[in-house]
Design a protein around this ligand. Structure first.
Ligand SMILES: Cc1cc2nc3c(=O)[nH]c(=O)nc-3n(C[C@H](O)[C@H](O)[C@H](O)COP(=O)(O)OP(=O)(O)OC[C@H]3O[C@@H](n4cnc5c(N)ncnc54)[C@H](O)[C@@H]3O)c2cc1C
Length: 495
């Protein structure tokens, strides 16, 4: 291994008098911003207090979330087909599968990922960095690390965010987890309460349920209100979780976590004031993240109501020469935003005007399905436009069990459990024939939504989509379904 988690790891030229920019935080924003800056010919230094570059994504956020999703999908199919066809009977009782060994495997793989990122940053990208030590910002031109002073013309703060834990009695009991300490789990939970039907809560709850824990998910709001999805898609997702025996409680707030040293139960309160106590030996909190802006407060930069550093579209803070990027600037807290913000800050520092547009973007979440969406919902389109055209699968009023959509990973379900094979729709402007938005519940479509986002911005029409070359069977059926209607002058829904 090249990488050593515990030792200071430096890769910088100590004779440098002044940097063009110092990035505080080597997460997604800091690493990509630094790399872009370096590539454009600037002199950068990146300071990261953890022992690796890349921030929370490989450490305990995106990668573990996808890892658990993958396991949940495998176990979901194994549960649906438990002891049927060529599937063996799952272990005992409800079939609890052990979580701790999964975490051990993850941690081994994570070291390899850190190593690759270290190699790439040092040997291929030639970044200058300091690892394993915290940056102390003195003023906008001065940063101290371990007593050594570094001078800089500009400062970029990419200090990320941390888990937001509701301030309820019992929040510090052992057995209360968030993404941040989940990898420290050292026992096998049986009864899990997940707080927050969020982009973190949903995949973790689906994972716990799939391994065989009795799983309850609560949210103080109606489920999925935060996501730009049509009601029928939301219903499909929620029905899918109910069908898999998850206990779902919306409009229900966490009142207290109870126990003597370790979690024993959770008390919740419904909107109507009624309370219920649920047995639990683990609580997983997925109630969002708070920006780590404290480091910037002494510099006099404006801090917003959500504890975020306020920036303009150039990533400039209220103090000239100080920029902020990624999660520390508030939502959306996503990798694309952190990485692009780093790139935008770098360009602006080097005098090339650039903006970060966060007004629209493709998005996704995981249950035991991958759910992706982009652009307008059907509801939104019908409210705004005269004529809207929609394609949809499965067919709404089909009297039998509709085995379509179908593609890789849903082939088996389509044939033996039609109904569990997903749902998808695309929304067009009936006048201009332009694609407005799309939503997909299934597998393998996420990649295409990155490009759909771009094509929607470019104004792609149904006629152009109908002229694309599909790789049939394709997870998104948009090309072939659009082709079935594109011959029409006046488009008629295909739902
Ligand atoms: C559970 C979970 C799952 C997620 N899954 C996805 C996903 O699948 N896809 C996606 O796009 N996004 C996902 N996200 C969001 C994504 O992880 C973040 O948006 C992204 O990591 C933000 O990058 P960042 O650089 O702003 O911050 P971070 O990655 O948090 O990096 C900030 C870095 O700054 C360092 N730092 C802080 N203070 C100092 C200091 N004083 N000195 C030196 N270093 C310092 C920290 O150690 C940290 O490494 C997920 C988030 C969570 C919580």
């Amino acid at each position: 291994m090249l990488y050593n988690y515990f030792e200071p790891m430096d890769n910088y030229d100590p004779s440098t008098n002044e940097y063009d920019v110092i990035f505080v935080g080597g997460g997604a924003g800091g690493r990509f911003g630094s790399t872009y800056f370096k590539a454009m010919g600037g002199k950068q230094l990146t300071i990261e207090k953890d022992g690796h570059l890349g921030g929370k994504c490989p450490k305990n956020a995106c990668v573990i979330h996808h890892y658990l999703f993958d396991i949940a999908v495998e176990l979901d199919l194994a549960r649906i087909l438990d002891d049927k066809k060529w599937y063996p009977k799952l272990p005992t009782g409800k079939g609890k599968v052990e979580i701790v060994p999964m975490i051990e495997d993850y941690l081994k793989g994570r070291d390899e990922a850190y190593d690759v990122m270290y190699y790439q940053s040092k040997s291929q990208l030639n970044l200058e960095f300091i690892l394993n030590r915290e940056a102390e910002i003195v003023d906008k031109n001065t940063v101290i690390v371990d007593g050594k002073t570094f001078k800089t013309k500009n400062l970029v703060i990419g200090s990320g965010s941390r888990a937001a834990i509701p301030n309820v009695p019992g929040k510090d009991l052992s057995g209360v987890y968030s993404y941040a300490n989940f990898l420290e789990l050292d026992y096998e939970p049986k009864n899990v309460v997940v707080v927050g039907a969020s982009k973190t809560g949903m995949p973790w709850a689906s994972f716990f349920n799939a391994v065989g824990c009795n799983t309850t998910m609560i949210d103080m709001n109606p489920f999925l209100t935060a996501f730009n999805l049509d009601d029928e898609i939301k219903e499909y997702i929620i029905d899918g979780m109910k069908l898999r025996d998850m206990n779902l409680m919306e409009n229900t707030a966490l009142s207290s976590i109870n126990g003597n040293g370790h979690v024993e139960s959770v008390t919740v309160e419904r909107k109507d004031g009624s309370k219920e106590t649920i047995k639990a030996d683990m609580v997983f909190v997925g109630t969002g993240c708070i920006p780590n802006s404290e480091i910037a407060a002494p510099l006099g930069v404006e801090i917003g109501g959500g504890n975020e550093i306020v920036v303009d579209s150039h990533m400039k803070t209220s103090v000239p020469g100080i920029y902020a990027i990624g999660d520390v600037t508030g939502g959306p807290m996503e990798m694309w935003k952190a990485r692009k913000a780093g790139m935008v800050a770098s360009k602006n520092i080097l005098g090339m005007e650039a903006d970060l547009d966060i007004t629209s973007f493709p998005d996704f979440l995981h249950t035991t399905y991958e759910i992706t969406w982009v652009g307008m919902t059907e509801k939104e389109a019908r409210e705004k436009l005269e004529k809207v055209f929609v394609i949809r699968m499965p067919i709404k009023d089909y009297p039998g069990h509709c085995p379509i959509p179908l593609a890789e990973r849903t082939m088996l379900l389509s044939h033996i459990h039609p109904g569990l094979n997903g749902m998808q729709k695309a929304i067009y402007d009936g006048e201009t024939r332009m694609l407005l938005g799309a939503q997909h519940v299934g597998y393998g479509a996420k990649d295409s939504f990155q490009y759909l986002d771009h094509l929607i911005r470019k104004g792609i029409t149904i006629d152009e989509i109908a002229n694309m070359n599909e790789l049939f069977l394709n997870p998104t059926h948009y090309i072939q379904l659009s082709r079935l209607r594109a011959g029409m002058k006046s488009l008629v829904d295909l739902t």
